[in-house]
Ligand binder design. Structure first.
Ligand code: ATP
Length: 216
């Protein structure tokens, strides 16, 4: 039994959720021995164009994907909130709910890390949570903004047994998987089969939604 009280947060557009996300969420849970990983689909993402799938559909697919995975939870707070959602606000809300001492880990992909210095109050993220980076194919530390590199160098974690609440940065040792939602959307638009890229529980609801949309 997992006796840890640490919470993981994995936010994304999940447009749609794919096997790369799910594999990552499981590795995040297992490598850090987390009590729970909350997958949080964005409502209105501040850094992107309007997603391909509506927020409620993206949320329903995340709910389907995590159903049979112990310790993975779909968190609907950003989809339910009106207006733009910033990661710092979501983490503040979670921190308030779990209290000041419980370890909180924020998972982000290496490609998102490239833009970290443009995120609202990005340095505050370290006051609220630890950062865990999942590298993707092509990731290079040298591509990060100098201020992010500096954070990386000064806050790299050496001892996770300390179970501090926030403030460090580390990478996940999972080998990167070359799959993205962009790839999936392109294949769907070209009428190509995407089932191998989707968690099994997501295939049918996604195809049903797309079929209904087409015939509307
Ligand atoms: P898109 O192609 O639409 O940008 P995505 O596949 O990158 O989507 P997001 O919902 O944007 O998916 O991803 C949420 C988080 O998961 C991001 O931090 C992203 O970097 C990370 N991520 C997604 N896929 C992978 C992957 N295959 N390996 C590592 N990290 C990933």
């Amino acid at each position: 039994m997992n006796t840890s009280s640490a919470i993981g947060v994995f936010g994304g557009t999940f447009d749609p959720i794919h096997i790369g996300h799910l594999r990552l969420a499981c590795a995040f849970r297992d490598e850090l021995g987390l009590h729970e990983v909350r997958l949080i689909p964005t409502g209105e993402p501040p850094h992107r164009q309007r997603p391909y799938l509506p927020a409620t559909v993206r949320l329903a697919l995340v709910q389907a994907a995590v159903r049979d995975h112990t310790g993975l939870v779909a968190d609907e707070r950003e989809v339910r909130r009106h207006g733009y959602c910033y990661t710092v606000d979501t983490l503040r809300e979670i921190r308030q709910q779990i209290g000041p001492t419980r370890p909180l880990y924020l998972l982000i992909g290496g490609d998102s890390l490239l833009h970290l210095h443009t995120w609202r109050e990005w340095q505050q993220l370290f006051a609220l949570a630890h950062l865990v980076v999942a590298t993707r194919p092509g990731f290079a530390m040298a591509d990060l903004a100098p201020e992010v590199q500096h954070f990386w160098q000064t806050r790299q974690a050496d001892d996770f047994a300390k179970q501090s609440a926030a403030g460090t940065i580390r990478t996940l040792s999972l080998a990167p998987l070359d799959v993205s939602a962009t790839q999936i959307r392109a294949k769907l638009q070209a009428n190509e089969d995407v089932s191998a890229l989707l968690p099994p529980a997501v295939r049918e609801p996604l195809m049903t939604y797309l079929h209904c949309k087409k015939t509307q």
